[in-house]
Ligand binder design. Structure first.
Ligand SMILES: [Zn+2]
Ligand SMILES: [Zn+2]
Length: 109
């Protein structure tokens, strides 16, 4: 059976430190991101999902990063402003950290 907590878009994108899945994604996080997708009727692009320790260090993530537990994702929605996306993400129950300068938001639960 296909494990929905291991959707390819959330896979660790390191160059082979791990097998791609140091841990599965948190299903509650995925549900909320799907709800967010419904808000704009636009594609929501995941740029980072789960990260192994090595990958997290490589991208300069904090040592306690929720990415390492499958409880965080970075994403953007083409054509939707960061502030607007952040507001909608809060509305669906996510904790949000907007990166205005980089054009994406970090969400976690
Ligand atoms: Zn990895
Ligand atoms: Zn992040």
């Amino acid at each position: 059976m296909r494990d929905l907590r291991k959707k390819t878009e959330y896979r660790c994108d390191c160059g082979g430190y791990c097998g791609g899945w140091p841990c599965p994604m948190n299903p509650a996080l995925l549900d909320k991101i799907e709800a967010l997708r419904g808000v704009f009727g636009q594609p929501v692009i995941i740029t980072s999902g789960v990260r192994c320790e090595a990958r997290n260090a490589e991208v300069g993530g904090v040592a306690w990063s929720f990415h390492m537990r499958g409880c965080a994702a970075d994403l953007y929605c083409p054509g939707v402003a960061v502030g607007e996306l952040a507001g909608a993400a809060k509305d669906v129950g996510l904790n949000v950290l907007p990166y205005y300068a980089h054009g994406y938001i970090h969400v976690e639960i």
